[in-house]
Design a protein around this ligand. Structure first.
Ligand code: TXA
Ligand code: MG
Length: 329
């Protein structure tokens, strides 16, 4: 299939394609999404085929606002938690799980009785949803098992030749996926940490809980390996040059050269590839997927990520970077 790159001001062909049941990759403020008309079962099925995504991993439906959420939830399904969370964080990187209306195709929910819904803030994503006047089902626009794309080039690398259109919206602002909150439990359950921190969710709903380790996978997606580079990845919960020097004598000593992904100011040994995460948490979240993709293509023996915090966005990253070749030190 020939894939056409569309600019931000040429969305008409993408809207027509979505309305016909074809797939379009597009930018959101979190990561690029691989979109299909969310109420057409055959269109949604194509997402699984193109990504190589397991059939039992449900999708997020993207809407414009709370009204869009109400239409996808069963009558009375949008409870006070779902209302107050979406009031506080929409449009933005928050997904709520609510009881599903009967019109939601089972291809979207993977047979669950609930549906995950998010209102993105990115103007291109919003124009597409408004353009087809329906929700858009979209997982991240990577092939299954690859890091999520936060740049047009990354979406193109994975999906060119597999979809008719990829829209170029430049780099994604947030860079980590949405926080998924199950509002059907009491208290709410944070199924996937993401762009809205656990602390922010708790500030709105009070108490929160996490899925029990070893319990049933409440968010089916979390049991699959994602964000996986080919190289081994070592996560240092630190952000200073001294810690890197210490790691070089310790955990990194069995390796030759490391590709270092670190905030500004960390000095990297000569000859080692490096990628800067910038000055703060927000820039780090925005850069990390791209950094992992690029450092994976170097000839270094191992990737080192340096991130000092296990809270906020750091937590989202630490939990989600679940390659089986990762160690955290
Ligand atoms: O930021 C994002 O959320 C991006 C952009 C494109 O919006 N999308 C995204 O989609 O990350 P995906 O498919 O990579 O992740 C969706 C997550 C998966 O972990 C999935 O299992 C979970 O949401 N999920 C979807 N529906 C669910 C449901 N009904 N109950 C529990 N978890 C659900
Ligand atoms: Mg994904």
């Amino acid at each position: 299939m020939k894939t056409v790159r569309l600019g931000a001001d040429e969305l008409a062909p993408a809207i027509e394609a979505l309305a016909r049941g074809e797939l379009v990759a597009f930018p959101t403020e979190t990561v690029y999404g691989l979109g299909a008309h969310g109420l057409k079962a055959s269109a949604v099925s194509r997402i699984f085929a193109v990504k190589g995504r397991p059939q039992d991993n449900p999708l997020i439906l993207h809407v414009l606002d709370q009204e869009g959420l109400e239409r996808l939830a069963s009558p009375g399904g949008v409870n006070r938690w779902a209302l107050s969370l979406t009031e506080a964080f929409w449009p933005g990187p928050l997904t709520v799980v609510v009881p599903a209306a009967s019109e939601v195709p089972r291809e979207v929910t993977a047979g669950l009785t609930t549906v995950a819904v998010r209102a993105p803030s990115h103007p291109i994503a919003r124009a597409l949803i408004a353009g087809i006047a329906a929700p858009i089902a979209a997982p991240s626009a990577n092939l299954s098992g690859r890091p999520s794309p936060t740049a047009f080039s990354a979406a193109w690398e994975d999906l060119a030749g597999r979809v008719p259109y990829i829209i170029d919206g430049g780099r994604c602002e947030v860079g980590v996926e949405s926080t998924v909150v199950d509002c059907t439990t009491s208290p709410v359950t944070i199924l996937r940490p993401g762009g809205i921190s656990v602390e922010m969710v708790a500030s709105v709903v009070g108490e929160v809980q996490f899925p029990r380790p070893g319990g049933p996978a409440r968010s089916p997606g979390m049991k699959y390996r994602h964000y996986a580079p080919q190289k081994e990845l070592i996560w240092l919960v630190a952000a200073d040059s001294g810690s890197l020097a210490q790691a070089r004598r310790g955990v990194l000593s069995p390796y030759g050269r490391a590709a270092v992904i670190a905030p500004d100011g960390v000095s990297v040994p000569e000859g080692w590839p490096a990628y800067s995460l910038g000055p703060d948490e927000a820039s780090a979240a925005r850069e990390l997927f791209e950094a992992i993709r690029q450092m994976d293509q170097t000839d270094a023996d191992v990737i080192v990520v340096m991130w000092a915090s296990e809270r906020g966005l750091g937590r989202a990253w630490l939990v989600n970077t679940t390659t089986d070749r990762k160690s955290v030190v």
